[in-house]
Ligand binder design. Structure first.
Ligand SMILES: Cc1cc2nc3c(=O)[nH]c(=O)nc-3n(C[C@H](O)[C@H](O)[C@H](O)COP(=O)(O)O)c2cc1C
Length: 299
């Protein structure tokens, strides 16, 4: 999770029987990214992943990819762009590539490029959500693809996980229920918001990254509005300016999300998905994972 997933969380996940990944962008410099990978590797030999934004909004993409190839992480999760180069370079090194997809057309495309699995991002996901329900998306991809389908979105309870596995998913990508874990370095206010707000408070906004993003409907988000304003719409509709408009919106929006995640500010834009409904306390990663697996076994 952008801004949230850190080495403590990854190590805790790996120590408790699940794999985990963090976005390369959570580290500002190449040295910090290398240090994070080295820290995790010194604690465990279990495989973990790194998420790469593979479109032009990530100016660090090339350098990050080179580092991940050199350090041979277990897997790379690609999002928001064409993963071809990543797949092509990872294959000979045995690094697995899992690609975020929201529909069948894109899933078929990455499958034909050689992706090892698709991450099926549904309309219950936190972050950049998809359009189809978890069941619609998993069954559609299962029927039409041969590579494994990992379901992303809406897992809050073990029975949710059981359901996606019964539809044929090979696993699930889970985010929101870990935001308020003890190991996360986000502000106490963000963690408390995860407890105080519920599913009814989650809204989609295109104001922050240019793409639809799930956030908590705080008074500040209400004041900001969730739709692009007239100037942003004009820029977005202009073929030449569109690219730059998106970059500016994303830069400004992500700065706000970053400020809200780590400090006390009245500009509270906190990212979370509908699974927030089941977050009731701040707990260690180990406990959240144990509860989920216990519920799964009982479902
Ligand atoms: C706060 C937050 C930040 C996220 N950041 C990223 C990201 O940087 N890259 C990515 O591929 N997915 C990102 N995701 C999506 C998660 O990897 C995962 O697919 C999603 O959280 C699953 O849905 P859930 O939140 O209902 O569990 C993010 C999700 C959240 C909630």
């Amino acid at each position: 999770m952008f801004l949230i997933s850190n080495t403590k969380m990854i190590k805790a996940a790996l120590a408790n029987g699940v794999t985990a990944a963090f976005p390369a962008l959570n580290y500002r410099t190449d040295a910090e990214l290398r240090a994070a990978i080295a820290e995790i590797k010194s604690a465990t030999d279990k495989p973990f992943g790194v998420n790469l934004i593979v479109n032009k909004s990530n100016p660090k993409y090339k350098g990050q990819l080179e580092t991940l190839l050199e350090l041979k992480v277990g897997f790379i999760i690609t999002s928001l762009g064409n993963p071809f180069e990543v797949i092509e370079k990872c294959k000979p090194l045995g690094i697995k590539v899992f690609c975020d997809v929201v529909d069948l057309a894109y899933a078929k495309k990455v499958e034909s490029q050689g992706a090892d699995a698709v991450i099926a991002v549904n309309n219950r996901a936190g972050g950049h959500a998809g359009k189809l329900s978890p069941k619609e998306l998993v069954t559609l991809l299962k029927e039409n693809c041969t590579i494994p389908v990992i379901s992303a979105g809406g897992i809050a309870h073990g029975k949710d996980l059981k359901e996606v596995m019964n539809w044929g998913a090979a696993g699930a990508s889970v985010g929101t229920i870990f935001i308020a874990c003890e190991e996360a370095d986000i502000s106490p206010e963000y963690k408390q918001a995860m407890i105080d707000y519920g599913e009814k408070d989650i809204v989609m906004t295109t104001k922050l990254s240019g793409s639809a993003l799930t956030v908590i409907n705080t008074p500040y988000v209400q004041q900001l509005g969730t739709k692009a304003n007239w100037l942003e719409r004009i820029l977005n509709n202009n073929k030449k300016l569109k690219k730059y408009a998106k970059m500016i919106i994303a830069y400004r929006g992500m700065k706000q999300v970053e400020n809200a995640a780590f400090g006390a500010t009245y500009k509270t834009v906190w990212c979370a998905g509908p699974a927030i409904e089941h977050v009731h306390s701040i707990r260690p990663m180990a406990e959240i994972i144990k509860t989920l697996t216990k519920e799964y076994d009982a479902a």
